[in-house]
Write a protein that binds this ligand. Structure first.
Ligand code: DC
Length: 233
């Protein structure tokens, strides 16, 4: 199926397959991909390194406003933060454990949302669109997106995918711990006051539990081609 690029917002729970699908979708549409989770992870990494306390909202907000961030990898897996190249460390257990708490902070969100909107505007002008992935993209960051997708999957499936990913990278992994962490993060992300994880009313809802990445991508492209949102394909 040939579809012209545009602005696609993908939101959903942790490890629902958003990144893998978003990357492949961007490749097929010929437009950039941005995983906004990596930006929250970068601020969390910096806060841990600079010993800014996770309950110090003002300190975290200042950190987010004062840092420069440049995405250095078209696949969306790396970032240049204040001239420090970050990649796999953004997915460490320590960052996993704290990132939802950092992402609750309004000052952090404001600074990052501003950057995300700038990136989307630039990409739309220069390259015809962008695929942006996160928790609040369709609801807050890009409410005028051409297509909004909300991805869900059973918690056990999401934990298994993350476990397999870590093992394939040669990293140690504990399935039960991953499951507990994903559920804890979903709870914090869904219950926070500022832009919680929520489905945009017109979003195309896809349960990815029993689907391959390609099958999900096809469904999104079908939704895109038919200009459809909100039907729950
Ligand atoms: O998608 P991820 O697991 O890399 O996201 C890391 C954290 O950042 C997760 O707790 C949710 C938060 N996040 C957010 O609040 N808003 C976004 N647009 C992206 C991620």
């Amino acid at each position: 199926m040939t579809v012209k690029a545009g602005i696609v917002a993908i939101d959903g729970q942790a490890a629902a397959g958003k990144t893998a699908v978003g990357r492949e979708l961007a490749r097929r549409l010929g437009c950039p991909f941005l995983d906004t989770g990596i930006m929250y992870r970068a601020i969390t990494w910096l806060a841990l390194r600079e010993s800014v306390r996770i309950d110090d909202a003002s300190g975290l907000g200042k950190l987010a406003c004062g840092c420069s961030m440049r995405l250095t990898d078209a696949e969306g897996g790396a970032i240049l933060l204040n001239d420090i190249q970050l990649g796999p460390e953004l997915r460490s257990a320590q960052v996993d454990e704290h990132v939802s708490l950092v992402a609750r902070v309004t000052g952090v969100r404001r600074a990052l949302v501003r950057q995300q909107r700038d990136i989307a505007t630039q990409s739309a002008q220069d390259l015809g669109g962008i695929v942006m992935v996160g928790r609040d993209i369709g609801t807050v960051v890009l409410p005028d997106a051409d297509l909004k997708v909300f991805m869900v999957a059973a918690p056990e499936v999401r934990a298994r995918r993350r476990y397999d990913e870590l093992v394939s990278q040669g990293q140690g992994a504990d399935y039960q711990q991953i499951l507990a962490n994903a559920q804890a993060r979903d709870k914090i992300d869904s219950e926070r006051d500022d832009s919680p994880l929520a489905q945009a009313s017109e979003a195309l809802v896809i349960d990815t539990s029993d689907l391959t990445i390609d099958q999900v991508v096809e469904r999104v492209l079908e939704g895109f081609a038919s200009g459809k949102s909100g039907a729950g394909l």
